[in-house]
Design a protein around this ligand. Structure first.
Ligand code: ZN
Length: 87
């Protein structure tokens, strides 16, 4: 029985070397890869566990977590999926 947990998905620095808005780096709480956090999204990441796009995809495929996705996350997710040959 998995507990539901809200996660904040952040784009990996390796996927998006240049942040589009003022951001700073923190490690993913699962794999320690650096991810971008933006100050205006503090209401999300200050409350939730922060994970990268890769870990988010793995976790959601297990269907155990509710994931909070904000617009800033989409770019990283799309880039990642394209890099794996998905549309
Ligand atoms: Zn991760």
């Amino acid at each position: 029985m998995a507990e539901e947990e809200t996660l904040y998905v952040a784009a990996r620095v390796s996927d998006m070397p240049t942040a589009h808005v003022p951001s700073f780096k923190v490690p993913c709480s699962d794999c320690s890869e650096d991810v971008w956090l933006t100050e205006d999204m503090e209401k999300y990441w200050s409350k939730y566990k922060i994970i990268c796009t890769i870990c988010a995809l793995e976790i959601t495929s297990e269907g155990q977590h509710q994931i909070e996705i904000v617009p800033e996350n989409i770019t990283g997710l799309i880039k990642y999926l394209r890099s794996r040959g998905r549309k």
